[in-house]
Write a protein that binds this ligand. Structure first.
Ligand SMILES: [Cu+2]
Length: 120
């Protein structure tokens, strides 16, 4: 428990060191947003990967992909069920899954980026 508190202080200190001296601070986003994680039914495209790489949801769920990278990505179903097209930096794509199944997908621009949506 004590270690967690020390770790929290360390993280805050590092963030302050990294951002505290900026004169023009951007307050439109919470300071800690970069260290949070995607919500349920949400996939972040981050650091050239889909996060989470596998997500399991119930039928009739909408999955939302958000591109957190500076480069353009796609979320493209391997069997053509869905295709986001280009998702730019900060862009969002949603798809509503109405049929159970396992949906493997990838980024057409970076084929090593692969992930799976499981709908049951
Ligand atoms: Cu990509």
């Amino acid at each position: 428990m004590k270690n967690k508190i020390q770790m929290a202080f360390l993280i805050v200190a590092l963030l302050l060191a990294a951002f505290g001296c900026k004169k023009q601070q951007d307050y439109t986003q919470p300071l800690l947003s970069s260290s949070s994680s995607p919500g349920s039914n949400e996939v972040w495209i981050q650091n050239m990967a889909f996060n989470p790489s596998s997500i399991t949801v119930s039928v009739n769920t909408t999955i939302q992909w958000t591109n957190k990278d500076a480069v353009t990505h796609t979320a493209t179903s391997n069997n053509g069920v869905f295709d986001s097209g280009s998702i730019n930096d900060g862009g969002v794509y949603s798809y509503h899954f109405t049929t159970p199944g396992t949906y493997a997908y990838h980024c057409t621009l970076h084929p090593h980026m692969t992930a799976t949506i499981v709908v049951h």
